[in-house]
Design a protein around this ligand. Structure first.
Ligand code: HAM
Length: 434
C-alpha cells in the first residue's frame, strides 16, 4: 500500500457524523426517559465475551453462531467473540452478580453496538446498534404484554408509525420438541431437495430449515401450513398476552408465520415490520426465553425481552419525515440552532484575548458560545456564525472594549443593541426563543 492511500472504514461499519449523531442522541434520550417510566434500569455489559456463551444460548446451529460471529483467539489463547446480541450477556451478568438472589425480578435495558459478519446492504451492517430490554425472573404473561407494549410505545416516541407487530407462540419446550419431530417427519422424504446445510439441519435443528436463505428449502418447510404444536397451558398464556395487548390498545397480527434466528425462545415471540425496510428485514424483535437462565447455571426462572435496531429505526423515521422535510444533511449540523447561543466576533488583534475571556465566561454562565480562534475577517466570522446556526453574534471591537460591552446582533431580526459584558449571559439566557 502506498503511504498516501487513504484508509476507509471497514465494510459494514459506519461513521456517525455530527448531523446524524444528533438524531441518535434524540433516540437515545427518548429511550432512557421512556425506560425510566416503565421502571427499567440500565445495564452495560462488555462487547467481548467467551465464544461459548453464544454457542450455548443463541445456538450452535444458528447462522449467527455458525457464520456471522466475529471470533478471535486472544493473546492468552482464549476463544473470544464480539457480541452478536446482548440477551446472553445480560443473563450471564444477572447470574454472575447474583441478581437472581438479590433482585430476582430485574427489568433491565441496554443500548450499544453488536457485531455480525453479514453481507452488508441497506439496513444490514456488520457493526450495528440495538436498544433492548430484558425482564428477567418471571413467567407472567403480563410481562410479555408489557414488553410488547413498551416496544410499540418506544417506536412511537421515536416518531415512527406504520409499523406492524406480529406475535406468535412457539409453545413450551415439550411443544417445541413435538413440533420439531413433526417437521422432521414432513421433510425427511424431501431430503434430496434440500440444500447441504438443511440436510444437516434436519437432524441437528430442523427449525432452521424454516428460515434457510435458500427459497426452495423455506418453501418446502412451510408447505402444508403451520407445524407448531402448542399445549393448552401455552395457548392460555398466549391468549392472555393478546387480551392484555388489546386492553392496552396495541395493534398486532397473530396470523403471520415467522421464525426467530435464535434458539433460546419458548412461548411468545414477536417481530416488528416496517415498509421502509426490505421484506426480510425487521425493525425489532424479541420473545420469551424461559430456559436460558437455567441453561447458564441459574435457577428455573422465566424471562422476556426485545431488541430494536437503531439504524433500521432511523431509516423508518426518515421514511416518514421524507415527505414533510428534506432529508437530514450529512454535513455539520447547525448546532446551536437559531434558538440560542452566541458567536463572539472579535475585531482586530486587541480584541482577541478579551474575546477568549468572554467566550469562557459565557460558557461558565451556561450559554452556548463559540468564536473563531483564527480571528479571520469580520465578514468571514459573520458567515461562520450564520453557517453554524447561531441566533446572536456579539461584536467586540475597540469601542465595545472601551465600554466593557458588546454589540449584540440578532441574526434573525437584524436588530442590534449595546449590552454591558456583565449583563450579556443573563440577556442571552432569557432571550426569547424564536
Ligand atoms: P435479533 O432479531 O437478532 O434479536 O435482532 C434484533 C434487531 O437487531 C433486528 O430486528 C434488527 O433491527 C437489528 N439487527 C440485527 N442484525 C442486524 C444487522 N446485521 N444490521 C442492522 N441491524 C440488525 C436479538 O438480537 C435478540 N437479542 C432480541 C431479544 C432480546 N430477544 C429477547 N430479548
Amino acid at each position: 500500500m502506498s503511504p498516501t492511500t487513504t484508509i476507509q472504514a471497514l465494510r459494514g461499519t459506519a461513521d456517525i457524523l455530527p448531523g446524524e449523531s444528533v438524531q441518535w442522541q434524540t433516540l437515545e434520550a427518548a429511550s432512557r426517559a421512556l425506560f425510566a417510566r416503565y421502571h427499567y434500569q440500565e445495564i452495560r455489559t462488555p462487547l467481548l465475551e467467551e465464544v461459548s456463551l453464544f454457542q450455548r444460548t443463541v445456538g450452535e446451529t444458528t447462522d449467527i453462531v455458525q457464520k456471522e460471529m466475529y471470533v478471535f483467539e486472544d493473546r492468552g489463547g482464549r476463544a473470544i467473540a464480539l457480541r452478536p446480541e446482548a440477551t446472553a450477556s445480560v443473563v450471564r451478568a444477572y447470574l454472575e452478580h447474583h441478581l437472581d438472589k438479590t433482585a430476582p425480578f430485574s427489568k433491565l435495558y441496554y443500548l450499544g453496538a453488536m457485531f455480525r459478519a453479514e453481507r452488508p446492504q441497506a439496513g444490514r451492517l456488520r457493526q450495528f446498534h440495538q436498544v433492548g430490554v430484558e425482564a428477567l425472573g418471571t413467567e407472567s404473561a403480563f410481562v410479555d404484554a408489557e414488553v410488547i407494549a413498551l416496544l410499540d410505545h418506544l417506536l412511537r416516541e421515536w416518531g415512527i408509525t406504520g409499523h406492524r407487530i406480529g406475535v406468535a407462540t412457539l409453545g413450551c419446550r415439550k411443544d417445541k420438541d413435538a413440533s420439531a419431530a413433526a417437521l422432521r417427519k414432513r421433510l425427511t422424504p424431501l431430503t434430496q431437495q434440500l440444500c447441504d446445510d438443511c440436510r444437516q439441519r434436519l437432524s441437528r435443528n430442523v427449525f432452521r430449515v424454516l428460515d434457510c436463505k435458500v427459497d426452495r428449502c423455506r418453501a418446502l418447510a412451510w408447505e402444508g401450513g403451520a407445524v407448531l404444536t402448542v399445549c393448552a397451558e401455552c395457548r392460555r398464556h398466549f391468549d392472555t398476552v393478546k387480551t392484555l395487548l388489546k386492553r392496552s390498545g396495541v395493534g398486532y397480527d397473530d396470523t403471520q408465520q415467522f421464525v426467530r434466528g435464535l434458539d433460546y425462545y419458548t412461548r411468545t415471540v414477536f417481530e416488528v415490520a416496517h415498509d421502509a425496510l426490505g421484506a426480510k428485514d425487521v425493525l425489532g424483535a424479541g420473545g420469551r426465553y424461559d430456559h436460558l437462565i437455567e441453561e447458564l447455571g441459574g435457577p428455573h426462572l422465566g424471562a422476556v425481552g426485545f431488541a430494536i435496531g437503531i439504524e433500521r429505526s432511523l431509516m423508518a423515521r426518515q421514511h416518514h419525515q421524507a415527505a414533510a422535510a428534506p432529508p437530514a444533511s450529512r454535513g455539520f449540523a447547525k448546532r446551536a440552532g437559531r434558538a440560542g447561543g452566541v458567536f463572539v466576533v472579535t475585531i482586530g488583534e486587541a480584541s482577541q484575548q478579551p474575546g477568549w475571556d468572554l467566550v469562557a465566561r459565557l460558557r461558565r454562565d451556561g450559554v452556548v458560545a463559540e468564536w473563531d480562534p483564527e480571528s479571520k475577517s469580520l465578514k468571514s466570522q459573520m458567515r461562520t456564525a450564520d453557517r453554524l446556526g447561531f441566533r446572536h453574534v456579539a461584536l467586540l471591537g475597540a469601542a465595545e472594549l472601551q465600554d466593557h460591552a458588546v454589540t449584540l446582533k440578532d441574526l434573525g431580526t437584524g436588530s442590534q443593541e449595546r449590552i454591558p459584558v456583565d449583563r450579556l449571559a443573563a440577556r442571552l439566557n432569557t432571550a426569547v426563543v424564536g
